[in-house]
Design a protein around this ligand. Structure first.
Ligand SMILES: [Zn+2]
Length: 142
């Protein structure tokens, strides 16, 4: 099930070179903006816009995917807290933002959207090294 007008269904977002893992019902990618280091998006494989459109088993498996990524991000980035955000206002295709919030966070009490900043686009080499670190952690974490 795809929507030809949806960037996620078309495969034009997220970037393929940010791909981390193929999970049970979703795929994980590093977010373009790495101002918050490790910011990851977990994108549902088929087109759906609301959690209540999913079958109960899909919701369970999707939350397992999100939790698995969150656990790895917490370990790798030594996060003080993980933020989980499901918005879809700009891109109505279910995708969770999973965001490690670190000890060095500039605004630890605010959601990331409320922290004014220029997006931090890492180089290809930096993205690849972060992706590889996360991929090797996924292989050893259940
Ligand atoms: Zn879609």
């Amino acid at each position: 099930m795809t929507d030809p007008t949806c960037k996620a269904c078309q495969g034009s977002w997220p970037r393929e070179d940010h791909f981390i893992a193929d999970l049970s019902l979703s795929r994980a990618y590093l977010h373009d903006d790495q101002f918050f280091p490790g910011w990851t998006v977990v994108v549902f494989k088929r087109h759906a816009t609301e959690l209540f459109h999913l079958a109960p088993t899909e919701r369970i498996l999707l939350m397992e995917d999100v939790s698995r990524i969150a656990k790895i991000l917490a370990q790798i980035y030594e996060a003080k807290k993980i933020n989980y955000e499901l918005l879809g206002n700009q891109l109505p295709h279910i995708h969770w933002h999973v965001i490690p919030r670190l000890a060095t966070d500039p605004a630890p009490l605010e959601p990331v959207w409320r922290v004014p900043h220029e997006p931090l686009f890492r180089s290809g080499v930096e993205i690849q090294s972060a992706v590889q670190l996360l991929q090797s952690a996924i292989q050893t974490t259940r």
